[in-house]
Design a protein around this ligand. Structure first.
Ligand SMILES: *Cc1c(COP(=O)(O)O)cnc(C)c1O
Length: 334
């Protein structure tokens, strides 16, 4: 059975509106449902909206654990700061996430399904004159979705289309997990996909410099090395990316965090592998890349052995069958 990604919502949510810029969380979950918003709300006019995406997984011992909760909380606090939303209290955000997941525990699907957690923060100040000022008030809320595979068809090699002209977002906005970045990528993505129905994702490589795809980070791998772009403000610093790096290190791979040029892909394709990482994408093998009229096929176009090995070690930590050497699991129900 496949659960549609992001279209089914669990019964319970949590909300914390600000009062005088301070988040008010009463410690109770509420039934999932619509809320009212001023037509002049800052988020609707000036884009003061951010989100997070993380998952809770059933563990092999029957408990439920959230994967890398504190890292997602930290990143959301950082996104709020970069978009000048009222400063988040990490402890409150963390508690809201845990409370929501505990309330929805009966709706978490069995593996390979999981519970997707979507914390969201929007600017609510009713003031359309506030174009050049930050929102003074905001609403923080957490909703959950039971989810299955993000890419249709489970673990299968993806086809990426290389975009060399249009950047995914503006460089200074790349690190903010915000809907605005997706809005910017939408039109070029649709245009590119219209010409080729077989494309799963666009790989942004402005001027030949690879950043990431629409919603996942990009990796190259061979038997000895794992390569990904070095951290800079041009792209979203995935928690999955950092997990893959740590696990690859544990497995003895040499890690290279450096610029990746389109020009080296042809060479890698002949002897190595490529994959994407993200909470939704997990670790997804790349089989083919389309660049202009040329087609770059990695290996035989099937998932590579190193990719599958890294994926297995990631999934093992997520589902509790592997040792949690890095302290990434938060048990919410034992
Ligand atoms: C969320 C996101 C990712 C993946 O980040 P994870 O923390 O691994 O889920 C990658 N790119 C973009 C643009 C994102 O919004």
């Amino acid at each position: 059975m496949t659960v549609p990604f992001g279209t089914v919502f669990c019964d319970w949510m949590t909300t914390a509106p600000t009062k005088d810029g301070v988040y008010q969380y009463g410690g109770n979950v509420e039934p999932y449902g619509d809320f009212s918003l001023s037509p002049a709300a800052h988020a609707l006019h000036y884009g003061s909206a951010i989100f997070e995406g993380l998952k809770a997984h059933w563990q092999v011992d029957g408990s439920l654990a959230i994967f890398r909760l504190d890292d997602h909380v930290t990143r959301m606090c950082q996104s709020a700061e970069l978009l000048r939303l009222p400063a988040l209290d990490a402890a409150v955000l963390r508690q809201m996430i845990v409370d929501t997941v505990e309330a929805n525990v009966g709706e978490v699907p069995p593996p390979p399904g999981s519970l997707y957690i979507r914390p969201t923060l929007i600017g609510t100040e009713p003031n359309i004159g506030a174009a050049a000022t930050p929102t003074s008030e905001a609403l923080l809320y957490i909703v959950n979705c039971p989810v299955g595979d993000y890419f249709k068809g489970g673990v299968r090699p993806l086809t990426l289309l290389v975009e060399e002209d249009i950047p995914r977002t503006t460089p200074q906005f790349g690190m903010v997990k915000s809907g605005a970045n997706y809005a910017m990528a939408l039109s070029p993505t649709l245009d590119a996909m219209a010409e080729n129905a077989a494309v799963d994702q666009i790989l942004f490589a402005t001027g030949g410099d690879i950043t990431e795809t629409g919603a996942a980070n990009f990796f190259l791998a061979d038997d000895d090395r794992v390569v990904t772009r070095q951290l800079d403000s041009s792209f979203l610093h995935g928690v999955t990316r950092s997990s893959v790096i740590a696990l690859a290190e544990d497995l003895g791979y040499e890690i290279q965090e450096r610029p990746i040029e389109l020009e080296e892909l042809e060479d890698w394709a002949g002897r190595g592998e490529a994959f994407l990482s993200g909470t939704a994408a997990v670790l997804s093998p790349v089989g083919t890349m389309l660049r202009g009229n040329s087609k770059i096929v990695f290996g035989d176009g099937e998932p590579g052995t190193n990719t599958l090995r890294l994926r297995e070690s990631l999934v093992a930590i997520q589902n509790g069958s592997g040792d949690d050497l890095h302290g990434w699991r938060t048990t919410v129900q034992s």
